[in-house]
Design a binder for this molecule. Structure first.
Ligand SMILES: Cc1ncc(COP(=O)(O)O)c(C=O)c1O
Length: 370
């Protein structure tokens, strides 16, 4: 099996899941290196830090979420983690649902699938369409599931937003059956088309939704920083697990991030990334429009559909030999008979200066296979 690093390695042209190379958050990293940080604020290097995370950062996140995701919560509901993956691990450990059924988006994020398998959950793939996760399908085929994990803001990888009708239906199902929902809000408000929908957790009044956020896309995956917002009812159980098995990461990077947010740099950065990625996405789409091909914008990617059965994995393998790393759509499916063929072209790693040449090279490869 490939390691995490191999799967997420980069940067290469069209690589998904990593920010643009020219957008390093220098101010944040410089602040983290500064020893002054350790002498200020609530931080003392001689005592064990709060395993839930630094209060300064949890306050900043609570303020940010209420404005940007319409999600109103108290810092006591927030747990700082090493990104989405460790937030998912923390949540699964708290919920302790071994052997129970879980709805998982199909297609969906391979690390979520692996994480659910490692937690001994029984995965039920639920198809995704233009309205997001097909809740009717989930209820009909596994209404007794104990958990649903999904990306309602911008579905990974198709980019669709879960409709309001489906959000309400999902919450009603969870409330009536006692199921939990994990909302993977990995892109937060980093949406290139239209206004981002509010977080699913904002509709839930703190009952069934565990909201997981990450700084990997909005700042950098190298930070390894994310957070979980939990229903008040679960706060004590999360504190217990965080305090024993999954404490928050180093306070140094947390405090640097808190200051970065407090001083307004985070909001500015997200705006700047949106402008940069929109320009890159438009430049890529302009190239695709010139070709006789079917494509659609999909979150921070453009999905290039290939004829059914086309060998997208092989095409990607060949593209990698010349520095391009689109993602094969078929690899995001767990059910082979449902798999569609296509290439997900990440826009963050497709600088305008290289897009003409890269598209030409990519289509030369595609033309050899399709
Ligand atoms: C669907 C999805 N969720 C979450 C993440 C972020 O994970 P992490 O915060 O662990 O870097 C990614 C990154 O690619 C992703 O694609």
């Amino acid at each position: 099996m490939k390691t995490y690093q191999e799967m997420m390695a980069g940067p290469a042209i069209f690589q998904l899941g990593i920010p643009a190379a020219e957008s390093m958050p220098e101010k944040l990293f410089a602040r983290a290196r500064s020893s002054n940080l350790l002498k200020t604020g609530s931080f003392s290097s001689l005592v064990y830090p709060d395993p839930r995370g630094e209060i300064d950062l949890r306050r900043e996140i609570a303020g940010y979420l209420s404005i940007s995701r319409n999600l109103h919560c108290f810092p006591e509901q927030i747990f700082i983690t090493s990104g989405y993956s460790s937030g998912l691990g923390l949540a699964l450990r708290v919920l302790g649902l071994d052997g129970r059924k879980v709805w998982m988006e199909e297609p969906g994020f391979f690390l979520t699938r692996k994480g659910l398998e490692l937690a001994h959950l029984n995965i039920v793939p639920v198809p995704v369409d233009a309205e997001g996760l097909n809740v009717d399908y989930g209820i009909e085929n596994a209404g007794d599931a104990a958990l649903a994990v999904l990306t309602p803001g911008q579905q990974a990888p198709l980019g669709t937003t879960l409709s309001l009708r489906r959000r309400l239906q999902l919450l009603e199902w969870a409330t009536s059956t006692g199921a939990w929902i994990i909302e993977d809000d990995y892109l937060s408000e980093l949406q290139l088309e239209g206004r981002p929908a509010p977080a699913l957790a904002s509709l839930d009044e703190g009952k069934r939704v565990i909201h997981i956020g990450s700084f990997s896309k909005t700042v950098s995956p190298g930070l390894r920083l994310g957070f979980v917002v939990v229903p008040p009812e679960l706060a004590a159980a999360f504190s217990e697990v965080a305090g024993t098995l999954a404490p928050a990461p180093s306070p140094v990077i947390q405090l640097a991030t808190a200051r970065f947010m407090h001083d307004g740099h985070y909001v500015q950065r997200v705006r700047r990334l949106k402008r940069l990625y929109s320009a890159q996405s438009n430049a890529l789409c302009e190239q695709l429009r010139m070709r006789d091909t079917e494509w659609v914008k999909a979150g921070l990617a453009v999905l290039l559909r290939l004829p059914d059965g086309a060998p997208d994995v092989q095409i990607v393998r060949e593209a990698k030999t010349i520095g391009m790393a689109p993602s094969p759509l078929s690899a995001w499916f767990a059910t082979p008979s449902w798999a569609l063929s296509g290439l997900l072209l990440g826009v963050a790693t497709a600088p305008q200066s290289q897009v003409v040449k890269s598209c030409r090279q990519l289509f030369e490869i595609i033309d050899r296979y399709c």
